[in-house]
Design a protein around this ligand. Structure first.
Ligand code: CAA
Length: 257
């Protein structure tokens, strides 16, 4: 892999993916996104991994899709390449993903962070959908996910002006979970990942699926889906272990079975 650095055992049950095109501020070209998709698939199949962190570097999480790669394309080129179909696979990752964001998270970079399940940001993070400034619009979920995350009025403003959001603003809008000093964002993301990785990976997977369903369906169907996943959790040994540990007043030891 050229543009992705993978540390499969970054911490116990936690994998780390680093986007690695620093000179281009981690601009997301086709190869990087394919490598990211393949890496996530590999981690989804690795039973040792229970939580995943995606990060860039201090200067940039990612400054968007690769503008140079797209600049001369026709609509039909774009249709045939269908670069955003890769993103659908990323969205289907079943394990929880935390985006650890410092510096620029713009365009596709902001969309990638929003495709993750939670965002930990450094104080230097800047979020935005500046595609309008280069004559296009968000294409990897920005108009949908940003609107669902922060509401129509603010999303409309950001998408139509391309203005960047500071980390604090993004937090006050509910886009990010936590903002910490730049020296701390990887630590915080790791703490969160470790906390989640200590849970039953089966329950985690079912819960992630049910929360995501709330974006895709009406309340009645979402509640029905949630209930089925709740009942399904009772097929796992982890449910027996978790509840027995509670009754016996000890810490559970989840095996992912
Ligand atoms: N694509 C390709 N290259 C990029 C890039 C991008 N999205 N963003 C930055 N780069 C490259 C620059 O071209 C530059 O390369 P060279 O040194 O070879 O010229 C290098 O990264 C450093 O960038 P700057 O010199 O511009 O750095 P800066 O600190 O002056 O500015 C910035 C930083 C404000 C992030 C600026 O780079 C910028 O505006 N980038 C583009 C942001 C953008 O429009 N993103 C949306 C892309 S479209 C999209 O993402 C569609 C979608 O929905 C998926």
């Amino acid at each position: 892999m050229e543009f992705i650095k993978l540390t499969e055992q970054f911490e116990k049950h936690v994998a780390l993916i680093e986007l690695n095109r620093p000179k281009e501020l981690n601009a997301l070209n086709l190869q990087l996104m394919q490598e990211l998709r393949d890496t996530l698939k590999q981690l989804d199949n690795n039973t040792e991994v229970r939580a995943i962190i995606i990060t860039g570097n201090e200067q940039a999480f990612a400054a968007g899709a690769d503008i140079k790669q797209m600049a001369n394309k026709t609509a039909i080129d774009m249709l045939l390449i269908d670069q955003f179909s890769t993103w659908d696979q990323i969205r289907k990752t079943r394990k929880p993903i935390i985006a650890a964001v410092s510096g620029f998270a713009l365009g596709g970079g902001c969309e990638l962070a929003m495709t993750c399940d939670m965002i930990i940001a450094s104080e230097t993070a800047k979020f935005g959908q500046p595609e309008i400034k280069i004559g296009v619009m968000p294409g990897a979920g920005g108009t949908q996910r940003l609107t669902k995350a922060i509401g129509k009025a603010k999303a409309m403003e950001l998408v139509l002006t391309g203005r960047f959001l500071s980390a604090e603003e993004a937090k006050s809008y509910g886009l990010v979970n936590k903002v910490v000093p730049v020296e701390m964002y990887m630590f915080e993301a790791t703490q969160l990942a470790k906390e989640i990785a200590a849970m039953s990976p089966i329950a985690t997977m079912l819960a992630k699926e049910a929360v995501n369903r709330s974006f895709e369906t009406f309340l009645d169907e979402g509640l029905h889906f949630e209930r089925k996943n709740f009942y399904l959790a009772f097929a796992s040994e982890d449910q027996k272990e978790g509840m027995a540990a509670f009754v016996e007043k000890r810490k559970p030891d989840f095996k992912g079975k």
